[in-house]
Design a protein around this ligand. Structure first.
Ligand SMILES: Nc1ncnc2c1ncn2[C@@H]1O[C@H](COP(=O)(O)OP(=O)(O)O)[C@@H](O)[C@H]1O
Ligand SMILES: [Mg+2]
Length: 324
């Protein structure tokens, strides 16, 4: 079953006399049970898209369904079936952790006893049991984020939208949060659509990645396909005599078509498809030509290399610049 479907979704904002085209006609398809990451630089339109899919913001045009319900015609129905953890929740609350969860359940029309049972289950599942009676506002960043996820899950949604759930957490808390989210997902088959700043998270967890830039989806595939098709592996060799660098490149070009060639003194770096399979052949050909090599290495591309290949910009650099 199709859990999320969007067609031609757009959203404009009027700011003074200017129109900001935040989202410019995107199509999204997410199947039941999938974990899909939505990646893009700051201002690309990720949060705006999520807010339209979760009925918090009306689209300027286009249509979308979530869990088979139309976001425009049946927003209440959509909301019952989804959980949403927005970007930068975590504002202080005076209420106790468990009470906040029970209240959330009640707000979704669950009975008191069902809400309480569900709260107790989630407190345990998300490692919040010892904090049940603490005021939510006193939690640490990592604990607060786990509470946000618990709140998003109280009404047993089929699909969970997470907007940068791990931003601002240290690596240990990030890993811990994901461990909990992935376990809940495994146990309940929850569909997850998430945005993240951390490309390594998307790479290791998402079955599929949508890349959005300037309000348009510019890539939609598995992390492995994106890396193979758009970036390719990098072969780097160091040769004994830097005068032979150009000849080494010629030899490489006889056995493959590099996407990219860089010569830096005695270092020759090539972006190629199936680098590990190619390297032995390349080494042999260099040997035959009498070119002596000192080191040889193949590195797999990252999703940042993919983004660079797509846009000419580094997502990692943009994100760290904006986080600073
Ligand atoms: N309420 C708003 N009013 C005006 N402009 C907005 C509003 N919300 C978002 N934008 C603009 O829309 C664009 C996309 O924003 P957003 O969806 O938050 O991006 P992302 O989540 O990818 O960083 C940005 O240029 C942002 O400034
Ligand atoms: Mg955002």
């Amino acid at each position: 079953m199709q859990m999320i479907q969007a067609r031609g979704l757009t959203r404009h904002f009027k700011v003074k006399k200017e129109t900001v085209e935040a989202v410019r006609g995107i199509d999204i398809d997410v199947q039941e049970g999938e974990l899909v990451a939505f990646l893009g630089p700051n201002g690309a339109g990720k949060s705006t898209s999520l807010r339209m899919l979760t009925t918090l913001l009306a689209p300027t045009s286009g249509s979308a369904t979530v869990a088979g319900r139309d976001v425009l015609k049946d927003p209440a129905g959509v909301r019952r079936h989804l959980g949403y953890v927005g970007q930068g929740f975590g504002a202080g609350h005076g209420h106790r952790v468990r009470d906040e969860m029970v209240t959330q359940g009640r707000a979704y029309g669950m009975s008191r006893s069902d809400s309480q049972q569900r709260a107790d289950y989630l407190l345990k599942a998300l490692d919040l049991e010892s904090l049940a009676k603490r005021a939510a506002g006193t939690l640490s960043g990592g604990q607060r984020r786990r509470l946000d996820v618990a709140l998003g899950l109280v009404h047993r949604p089929e699909v969970l939208f997470l907007d940068e759930p791990s931003t601002g957490l240290d690596p240990q808390n990030r890993a811990n949060l994901w461990e909990h989210i992935l376990r809940m997902r495994k146990e309940h088959g929850t569909t997850i659509f998430m945005t993240t700043h951390y490309l390594d998270e998307a790479d290791s967890m998402a079955e599929r990645v949508l890349v959005i830039d300037h309000g348009l989806v510019i890539a939609d595939d598995t992390p492995a396909h994106l890396k193979d098709n758009l970036a390719g592996d990098r072969i780097t060799i160091t040769i004994a005599d830097s005068n032979c660098a150009a000849q080494a490149v010629e030899i490489a070009e006889r056995i493959t078509t590099p996407h990219e060639v860089k010569i830096d003194g005695a270092n020759v770096s090539l972006r190629v498809n199936r680098g590990s399979a190619l390297l032995p052949e390349f080494i042999l050909a260099l040997n035959v030509a009498g070119i002596k090599m000192l080191t040889a290495e193949v590195t797999r591309p990252t999703l940042d290399d993919v983004f660079l290949a797509l846009t000419g910009r580094s997502l990692r650099e943009e994100n760290s610049a904006s986080a600073a």
